[in-house]
Design a binder for this molecule. Structure first.
Ligand SMILES: [Fe+2]
Length: 332
């Protein structure tokens, strides 16, 4: 038998869809595009886009496709893990959109609402962690927002920033322990750290280790995975670092946690040379991830006393408007 866990990362929901951050232009042909830099100006080649100095938001098509796909296979999915940055900021107007799209299970009132992505009401079990964007108190990345905790309180009940969920059926089980390494209110940060860095806090790491030990005592035969928004890999862009990341790696080795699932980078990568293996998820719908929107399904099976993981990557196919299997799928 198999336990299936779906991972979605960095949807970046927002009151303003299709808002693209103008810093993206720095990676493109800037001189010919300077006229798009004014806030709210539309790009003639992508008329639905709005360019702004504010953080980029989300594209609706991949999110709708992800919601539709998960609705179709909901009976096969034992857990849906949201790896952070559910919203573009931690302000109420953005969090309301994220809450509605992920948790609202009410019947949609109008036929046109079928074009609205909805993950609620499908019978999916959620495990949620916040990302740095969920903690922004404003559009300039002031850290320490706490509204996320109340908007997602039905599925997010951490203890010192850490929460645990276990899933199992027919003798196969797994536990996920997740931790919030976002900056606290009042942290003094330069611009780079404010927008892209996390920090391993001593109390959160201690709780992560504590809940890992608890899970191993409670479910000794179930493998424990960690879910973090920030990747503890050393191969992450300097803009997106987790400060003191080596403390996480050392703790994972100490507790024999072999697999760590992350978001944040918006790039699909797998580092499976030595344990712990680190998987960074691609963003499901962030505007800056056009042509590389992902969702991931981890299938856990058991043979004797050993567990095996098979991770399938699905990538959004723009022409068909559907997620399709990415050929790089492999066994970890
Ligand atoms: Fe993100």
């Amino acid at each position: 038998m198999t336990v299936n866990i779906a991972f979605l990362a960095d949807p970046h929901l927002c009151a303003i869809p299709s808002r693209r951050n103008c810093l993206e232009l720095l990676e493109r042909n800037v001189p010919s595009q300077l006229d798009t830099l004014r806030s709210g100006r539309r790009d003639p080649r992508s008329p639905g886009d709005r360019w702004s100095w504010k953080p980029g938001s989300f594209d609706k098509r991949p999110l709708l496709a992800a919601a539709d796909l998960l609705a179709d296979i909901a009976s096969e999915i034992d857990l849906l893990v949201l790896l952070g940055d559910l919203s573009t900021t931690g302000r109420a107007d953005d969090l309301e959109v994220a809450q509605r799209i992920f948790l609202d299970d009410s019947v949609l009132k109008f036929a046109t609402a079928s074009q609205e992505p909805r993950f609620g009401g499908k019978g999916l079990k959620f495990h949620v962690i916040p990302g740095n964007h969920d903690r922004y108190q404003d559009d300039i990345g002031t850290p320490g927002g706490t509204l996320f905790d109340s908007y997602f309180k039905s599925v997010y009940t951490p203890r010192t920033g850490v929460s645990t969920v276990s899933v199992g059926k027919d003798g196969v089980s797994a536990t996920i322990v997740s931790a919030d390494f976002c900056h606290l209110p009042g942290a003094t940060l330069n611009l780079i750290k404010r927008f892209g860095w996390g920090s391993v806090r001593e109390a959160v790491l201690a709780e992560l280790e504590h809940q890992t030990l608890e899970a191993k005592l409670l479910y000794p035969s179930a493998p424990v995975f960690w879910a973090l928004h920030f990747s503890p890999s050393e191969n992450v862009s300097s803009r997106l670092q987790l400060e003191d990341r080596d403390l996480v790696i050392d703790a994972a080795i100490r507790h024999e946690v072999r697999h760590i699932f992350c978001g944040h980078t918006h790039l699909r990568t797998r580092e499976i040379g030595t344990f712990p293996h680190i998987y960074s998820a691609g963003s499901v719908s962030a505007c800056d991830s056009r042509n590389k929107h992902f969702l991931h399904i981890c299938s856990i099976s058991k043979s004797g006393d050993d567990h095996a993981l098979e991770i399938s990557d699905l990538i959004f196919d723009e022409p068909s408007g559907e997620f399709v299997l990415n050929p790089l799928s492999d066994i970890a």
